[in-house]
Ligand binder design. Structure first.
Ligand SMILES: Nc1ncnc2c1ncn2[C@@H]1O[C@H](COP(=O)(O)OP(=O)(O)O)[C@@H](O)[C@H]1O
Ligand SMILES: [Mg+2]
Length: 386
């Protein structure tokens, strides 16, 4: 079956579409055995006005209900356009679409709300619109079923990581650096129950915000600004004391933790430092918080890991990658891009949502309870028929 996976992450930079051929072996021994072939992948940046509409919708104090409803339908149209353009480009037609949607709000932890303890999540992008335009069934809205099963609704990509990267002899860590950074650690010979996965903290989100604020450009291209600045070590040490970084996994983060407020506080902490130093410090925070999380929560017992496989837009930030390689060296980890393991770094999350949709279409679960904290596995998503 050919499945189109559609991803748009917390960076709100745009839409990634992957066309994937997925087959189950004749007698699958477990839900973790699938054959995948990436047929093609495209990226569609959001226009500036769509991006700013999304960012203001995430800022819940300013969004109007009418705008949120319209945004949901607008995103449905944009996702459909992206799938159709990708199909045309690679001359193949999807039989199913899996669309993550744009997260407008994510609160994985239970919190009191009108006398109840609730977690909540909201991904926008109307599946019915995509189904109508593309002409095939669409699975969307993957996270609520995991939350309903007691999980945090994230991370969901570990299902693909486990499928692709588990090995009987080599222990691996898979790291995605999108807006938020998250890792999946797969010990050699592990079952799904032994997978460790959680959000390490900010990925590009804080770097982007600081660069936008101080240099009026949306991101630090290739990490050039950071390369010309000096890291303010005392600020990093201070921030790593922040309660999020000390929280044990499972844990998830979003703009709620590392959005505007966090960036404002970081810039304030840097005092009157040179703007380039502030970008360098934000960049080092991502690298350091990843290494710190590995030390605290992954390298426990005598287990040693060898491969460190990176995906996501952060891979294109050369300064961030150099800092990360430096941090990983003493931990005995070798840094690779996911390209070296057969999947383009920008395509991986889109492929994940193609795989999750395939599972749902076959009435099979695809959350990993060890990663999300759910009490049980769950079939994820909602289906819109064409
Ligand atoms: N050439 C580049 N140099 C530096 N950073 C880049 C480059 N290309 C992309 N990025 C970073 O990657 C981010 C997008 O990464 P992505 O994996 O799409 O994140 P998300 O899943 O949150 O959308 C951008 O916001 C930017 O910070
Ligand atoms: Mg993106």
């Amino acid at each position: 079956m050919i499945v189109a996976g559609v991803m748009s992450g917390t960076s709100a930079d745009g839409i990634n579409v992957a066309l994937v051929r997925i087959d189950s072996p004749a007698r699958p021994r477990s839900r973790h055995r699938l054959r995948l072939k990436l047929l093609g992948h495209s990226e569609f940046p959001y226009s500036e006005d769509v991006r700013s509409l999304i960012l203001s919708a995430m800022n819940s104090t300013r969004a109007s209900v009418a705008d949120l409803a319209r945004l949901n339908f607008l995103l449905g149209e944009l996702y459909a356009d992206a799938v159709i353009a990708t199909q045309r480009r690679f001359r193949s037609k999807a039989q199913l679409v899996g669309c993550h949607g744009q997260t407008l709000y994510h609160q994985g932890e239970n919190a009191s709300f009108l006398q109840r303890k609730l977690a909540a999540t909201w991904q926008s992008g109307e599946g019915a619109v995509i189904a109508a335009r593309v002409g095939v069934p669409v699975v969307s809205d993957f996270r609520p079923a995991d939350i309903a099963a007691g999980g945090k609704g994230a991370p969901l990509v570990p299902f693909l990581d486990f499928l692709l990267y588990r090995d009987t002899r080599v222990s691996r860590i898979v790291q995605n650096i999108g807006g938020i950074a998250n890792l999946t650690a797969i010990p050699a010979g592990a079952t799904a129950k032994q997978v460790i996965a959680f959000d390490t903290g900010p990925g590009n989100m804080v770097i982007d915000a600081v660069t936008e604020q101080l240099f009026h450009t949306p991101f630090d291209k290739d990490g050039r600004i950071a390369a010309s600045g000096k890291v303010i070590e005392s600020v990093i040490a201070d921030i790593l004391q922040h309660s999020f970084f000390r929280r044990r996994p499972p844990r998830t983060a979003g703009r709620e933790e590392f959005g505007r407020e966090f960036t404002r506080a970081l810039i304030a902490r840097c005092g009157g430092a040179n703007s380039r130093d502030v970008v360098a410090t934000a960049t080092a925070l991502t690298a350091r918080s990843i290494a710190d999380a590995i030390r605290r929560f992954v390298l426990i017992g005598r287990r040693s890991y060898r491969d460190f496989i990176v995906s996501g837009g952060g891979l294109r930030n050369a300064t961030l990658m150099a800092m990360l390689a430096n941090e990983l060296l003493p931990l005995g980890l070798q840094l690779h891009s996911s390209d070296e393991f057969g999947l383009p770094a920008e395509a991986k999350e889109a492929v994940a949502f193609a795989v999750l949709a395939y599972q749902t279409w076959h009435r099979r679960p695809s959350n990993i309870p060890a990663a999300t904290g759910a009490r049980r596995t769950a079939i994820l998503g909602k289906i819109s028929y064409a």
